[in-house]
Design a protein around this ligand. Structure first.
Ligand code: 5GP
Ligand code: ZN
Length: 135
């Protein structure tokens, strides 16, 4: 897709700090890192969200995510990594080209997890049933 910023990175129209690539997958550093070494892993082909990516390609992507995550931890001395993926604007996706974040984590880095709620009595089972019915 011509207007997509990540397609432009894939096409070499705009520069990026690439760290790994295969014929179908590209990993490069996020320009505005949560912490230094924060990487993004994307399919070269344009798909808007992870749910739009064909299963076989998604499998290739997650294997690259695993490889990059280990390398990021080693290279940055991070004690852990968050693998994050936002789908659709409401979930915080700002670039509509499917991408995994590999975010190195350090003690005291201030990054907070999302707030957690509670179910009313019997409500969780109802949600589980509704989701199961869609699978
Ligand atoms: P999202 O908000 O969609 O989960 O993640 C998009 C990410 O892409 C953001 O973290 C943002 O910093 C990064 N990003 C946006 N534009 C560019 C760019 O031109 N180059 C690079 N390397 N990263 C970008
Ligand atoms: Zn794209």
């Amino acid at each position: 897709m011509q207007s997509c910023i990540f397609c432009k990175i894939v096409g070499g129209e705009i520069p990026s700090a690439k760290v790994y690539e295969t014929d179908k997958v590209l990993a490069f550093l996020d320009i505005s890192p949560v912490s230094k070494g924060h990487a993004l892993v994307i399919p070269r082909q344009h798909f808007a969200t992870a749910m739009d990516v064909p299963d076989e390609l998604l499998q290739e992507i997650i294997v690259v995510v695993k490889k990059v995550a280990k390398a990021v931890m080693e290279a940055t001395g991070a004690g852990g990594v968050n693998l994050a993926l936002s789908n659709h604007e409401i979930a915080g996706q700002t670039v509509p080209h499917a991408h995994f974040h590999v975010i190195p984590r350090h003690a005291g880095d201030g990054l907070r997890h999302w707030p957690q709620g509670k179910y009313a009595e019997g409500e969780m089972k109802g949600y589980a049933e509704k989701i199961k019915a869609q699978l």
